[in-house]
Design a protein around this ligand. Sequence first.
Ligand SMILES: Nc1ncnc2c1ncn2[C@@H]1O[C@H](COP(=O)(O)OP(=O)(O)OP(=O)(O)O)[C@@H](O)[C@H]1O
Ligand SMILES: [Mg+2]
Length: 209
Amino acid sequence: MLSLTGDAVLTWINLAADEIELRKAYLNDLDAPIGDSDHGANMARGFLAVKDKLATEKPADIGALFKTVAMTLLSTVGGASGPLYATFFLQAAAKSAGKTELDLADWTSCLEAALTGVMQRGKAVLGDKTMIDALAPAVEALKHADGKSLGEALTASASAAEEGMTATIPLVARKGRASYLGERSAGHQDPGATSTHRLLKALSEVAVQ
Ligand SMILES: Nc1ncnc2c1ncn2[C@@H]1O[C@H](COP(=O)(O)OP(=O)(O)OP(=O)(O)O)[C@@H](O)[C@H]1O
Ligand SMILES: [Mg+2]
């Protein structure tokens, strides 16, 4: 695959929704010791609504598709993560407005804008034990993907997100509900970093099909 077509992006979002649904209990369990056990439920509710919406609505281009994802997540996910994931997709929508295909450079600019938007909105930086810890390394991997195919680059990006996700375990949370626990938040994997990894892994799976 040389670029992500609109159909590939739609396949990604539907696959992501299925993967989140499969891991709903796991994401809730990760949120139990350092939050309020609802991250899986929040994300699954949002992505089910996205899937339903996209089953009937046919967005004109990838920007419109991402905008639909963003608005649907905003109105259904709730919690801290709803507005943050809505920002993620809204920023990606701005970078892909009018496009019917995304090559590696296009997707890199989408994900970089998503990262910047989520950081501005949530005021978290790398190491605060949030979804940023998966997203920032994923963007870095894309920026250093010279010579790689799209599939290889997306696989490297998902692997970097996975490393960032695992690296949240020893961290003390400085943002969100987990930060209320202070030092006691250490020793637990961040649920938001885990869902971010899952989204990016689903994309890599679509790209290497
Ligand atoms: N300021 C932030 N910046 C980036 N990510 C954040 C921030 N605050 C929380 N998160 C992410 O959101 C995840 C928690 O999402 P969740 O859906 O459980 O919302 P919540 O914290 O329960 O929201 P609320 O407290 O409003 O109910 C965390 O694991 C973290 O990755
Ligand atoms: Mg929660």
